[in-house]
Design a protein around this ligand. Structure first.
Ligand code: SF4
Ligand code: SF4
Ligand code: SF4
Length: 439
């Protein structure tokens, strides 16, 4: 056990997401403070235990003033894969990284730099760069369908979102009684990686083990998620490894790539189209808004009205937001939360305060405030600007909802059949497990 665990968070040597440079630590206690007050993790398990409880969110790394806590770096693995002539390297980029990568090169928070990001990854040597807004759309096709099934049957409500691996691990650890409430959908990265290994590899005629799938994320919990046995849909790992925005920014600087000089490049085809719904996944409330857009269409056969395409009650920098929407003639109650400490408060009152769907993202304002995002002295401003960058992009897009995405329609026709079909369940859904810890 860490001899300073009264002051700071202990970090296990095999934590796949974060590590600490001991010599740098000044014992300020900020890591423990955020872990306890925002994440509701430190202080909720017995500190003399050898089994350290961590949900891998990386918020302690974001607040550490001397960068003693940092992400586990996967850039060497990326370079090795790129330099291996047998391998094809796919980098898929999460919605929230296109509004924060610029900050690594002194550009303003929230600036939309998707084109430069693709160009940068190509210069680093990626063979393909795909957009995870595609995976987000796929998640919504499945998750909205699952919600409708649960509303019809009245079983396992409220449905919890499952795209945040830190939140999933939080439920598995502290609230295992609510595991049946978690959506069985893999995260957008989990779904897209599965499609890449099981469908795309075949379409370009290579063995899936020679396709190296790399996720570029705002998130260090995804490094943990990539290791989950439950997310293996073929004989190897679906997502081979995960690199954060910070890692890619630092690697580009090491390679002396001039970000400002990069020309915009489009994502590679097949997985290049995402909807506005997929884009807003990166902000707290975005997953819920995206799900409502598609659930409305699935239940009425009509496109969602304007107020659902800009669901104001689900937007804004507030750690708990509530709203309701009429689906199947019922008043469906929605709750959106960021910060797992806030989730505790809602879960502890679930018996008396009823909801039909709850979105939880661990980080401040969702993935825009992720544990792998560029460091900032003003988190509150940065996460709001990044979220605004995503909403502005959604407003400009013609395809607003996941069901309208032509690439998604094509994938169902060619490979998955229909949402919640046997094939879709095999490749896009997962299971969870209760985790023991000492109280
Ligand atoms: S925040 Fe950083 S410097 Fe402060 S106690 Fe934690 S690891 Fe040490
Ligand atoms: S990663 Fe999150 S849960 Fe783990 S020690 Fe840091 S703040 Fe706590
Ligand atoms: S909110 Fe987003 S960035 Fe933070 S842990 Fe969850 S998935 Fe990762």
């Amino acid at each position: 056990m860490d001899k300073y665990s009264e002051i700071r968070v202990p970090i296990s040597h095999d934590n796949p997401s974060i590590k600490r440079h001991e010599r740098k630590c000044v014992l300020c206690g900020k890591c423990k403070d955020v872990c306890k007050k925002k994440m509701g993790v430190a202080g909720y398990w017995k500190y003399d235990s050898e089994d350290i409880v961590c949900i891998n969110c990386g918020q302690c790394a974001n607040v550490c003033p001397v960068e003693a806590i940092v992400e586990q770096d996967s850039t060497d693995a990326l370079i090795t894969a790129i330099n291996d002539p047998k391998k094809k390297v796919v980098v898929m980029t999460s919605p929230a990284v296109r509004v924060s990568l610029g900050e690594m090169f002194d550009r303003p928070a929230g600036e939309f730099v998707a084109g430069k990001m693709v160009s940068l990854l190509k210069q680093l040597g990626a063979d393909y760069v795909f957009d995870v807004t595609f995976g987000a759309d796929l998640t919504i096709m499945e998750e909205a369908s699952e919600l409708i099934e649960r509303i019809k049957s009245g079983k396992n409500l409220p449905q919890f979102t499952s795209c945040c691996p830190a939140w999933v691990k939080f439920v598995e650890t502290f609230y295992p009684q609510y595991i049946p409430n978690l959506s069985s959908c893999k995260s957008p990265i989990g779904m897209q990686a599965s499609v890449l290994k099981n469908y795309f590899a075949k379409s370009i005629n290579i063995d899936p083990s020679d396709l190296v799938v790399v996720a570029m994320t705002p998130c260090v919990a995804k490094k943990f998620e990539a290791e989950r046995e439950e997310l293996r849909s073929y004989y190897g790992k679906d997502t081979d490894f995960v690199v954060s925005v910070r890692e890619i920014g630092k690697l580009a600087k090491r390679k002396k790539i001039k970000f400002d000089k990069l020309k915009d490049e489009p994502f590679d085809t097949t997985f290049n189209t995402g909807s506005g719904a997929g884009v807003i996944f990166g902000a707290s409330g975005g997953v819920m808004e995206a799900a409502v857009r598609s659930a409305y269409y699935f239940t009425t056969g009509e496109n969602p009205p304007k107020d659902l395409l800009q669901f104001k009650k689900l937007r804004g920098y507030k750690d708990v937001k509530t709203a309701s929407v009429n689906l199947l003639g019922k008043d469906i109650k929605l709750c959106v939360i960021f910060g797992t400490m806030q989730a505790r408060a809602v879960l502890d009152k679930l018996k008396t305060k009823k909801y039909d769907m709850i979105e939880v993202m661990a980080c401040p304002n969702g993935c825009v405030g992720g544990g792998g995002q560029p460091r900032t002295n003003d988190t509150d401003t940065a996460v709001q600007k990044r979220a605004q960058g995503l909403y502005d992009q959604d407003a400009k897009m013609d395809i607003k909802s996941s069901f309208e995405n032509p690439n998604i329609q094509h994938l169902y026709k060619e490979f998955l059949s229909a949402p919640l079909s046997e094939q879709a369940k095999k490749y896009l859904h997962t299971t969870y497990r209760a985790r023991e810890y000492r109280k």
